[in-house]
Ligand binder design. Structure first.
Ligand code: AMP
Length: 363
């Protein structure tokens, strides 16, 4: 069997690495010759929306998945016309548009911050009056890693924020005074089996994931999160891994966004869970029995952004695993990560601090 992957970034690369032991072969589509994925499996070279290449990929693969969230709906449908494309196109299209996403969350009874759709400066003023300030203005589409959004603290910042984001369709969200941010990763296969990983706590730096801690052991929260995720999994008749990010406000979860794919906050599962998110994603889309999602201990995952620390220094930390994505460094770019797994929770903070010190980032 060959699994096609649109986009050959680190997520695709880690999927391929997880799938080789299952006996799968992989074929990527990516415009970069020396992409992280192309370093481990063959790749068709070209744009991810190139019609001819998408068709070639679809014809050569039994199932096609993606490691990019910005795959246009038409491109996904072109693949789906010839072979199975999973996760489903509807889940992809919903996650690409914050208006569709928040509307669906609320329709399924999944709580979010209060929000308003905003298509003009006048609507922005009305929304700010209705929701109050501070608030967060976000473009409906193409926002990630802190891009495409502005925090608005005062009335006189409205025009500047609207213009800075280009006057495109947006949503305004009430500011969530969160205690922490968590994410839940779940997986479903077409025959309807479901599994969930333990909740992961995520800490951001300049809008990008800095580090994750797992498992978060708050039984009430885990159940709340699983209920939300299950509604989405069933709504889409989903296959593969789905991630939902939440704010924790006064012990309640407010859903922020979903990602129809393996997720940076699940990288700890490679060494810290019985089955990794990458293997479970493949098991999900191939309709295989799903793997145990139990944590093996206590894990911390730290991203390497724009700079890879000395490998030997990372590996000198007990229980640490180093991942280099084979990408050229650019400021803020995700080029690798490390995960430290400890049997005892008490050992984790010290090792996490040593690891974070190697990234050179300030808190
Ligand atoms: P997002 O692109 O929606 O994931 O937002 C990136 C980060 O901005 C989140 O992880 C939060 O740290 C912060 N953020 C986004 N929306 C809100 C909000 N409504 N209230 C408070 N913080 C937010």
């Amino acid at each position: 069997m060959t699994v096609g992957i649109v986009g050959a970034g680190q997520l695709g690369r880690m999927m391929a690495l997880a799938g080789l032991p299952l006996g799968e072969r992989f074929l990527f589509l990516d415009r970069e010759e020396d992409s992280p994925g192309a370093q481990v499996a063959p790749s068709l070279l070209g744009a991810i929306d190139d019609a001819a290449l998408l068709e070639t990929l679809a014809r050569r693969c039994e199932v096609v998945t993606f490691d990019v969230e910005n795959l246009p709906r038409e491109a996904a449908e072109r693949v789906a016309a010839h072979t199975r494309l999973l996760p489903p196109v509807d889940a992809l299209a919903t996650a690409q548009d914050r208006l569709l996403e928040k509307t669906l969350f609320n329709a399924l009874g999944i709580e979010t911050v209060a929000w308003r759709a905003v298509d003009s400066l006048e609507e922005l003023r009305d929304a700010a009056a209705a929701l109050g300030l501070p608030a967060v203005l976000k473009t409906r589409r193409l926002g990630y890693d802190g891009r495409g959004q502005r925090f608005i603290r005062q009335q006189d910042e409205l025009v500047g924020a609207w213009e800075a984001l280009g006057g495109v369709p947006m949503i305004l969200e009430a500011f969530a005074p969160f205690d922490e941010e968590v994410s839940l990763i779940g997986v479903r296969n077409p025959r309807g089996e479901r599994r969930h990983y333990p909740l992961t706590r995520n800490v951001h730096w300049q809008g990008i994931l800095d580090y994750s801690l797992a498992p978060v052991t708050r039984p009430g929260l885990q159940q709340q999160a699983e209920r939300c995720l299950d509604r989405l999994l069933e709504h889409f008749a989903y296959a593969g891994v789905l991630t939902v990010e939440f704010f924790v406000v006064d012990g309640q979860l407010l859903a922020n966004e979903m990602a129809p794919r393996v997720h940076n906050s699940g990288h700890w599962t490679l060494e810290g869970a019985v089955t990794s998110q990458f293997e479970n994603h493949l098991r999900g889309i191939l309709d295989l029995p799903l793997g145990d999602t139990t944590a093996r201990g206590h894990s911390a995952m730290v991203n390497f952004l724009g700079h890879l620390p000395e490998r030997a220094e990372v590996l000198a930390i007990e229980g640490c695993h180093f991942h280099d994505y084979g990408k050229s460094p650019r400021p803020r770019r995700k080029i690798g990560h490390a995960t430290v797994v400890c049997a005892e929770r008490s050992a984790l903070p010290g090792r996490l601090e040593r690891l974070r010190a190697l990234t050179g980032r300030e808190r």
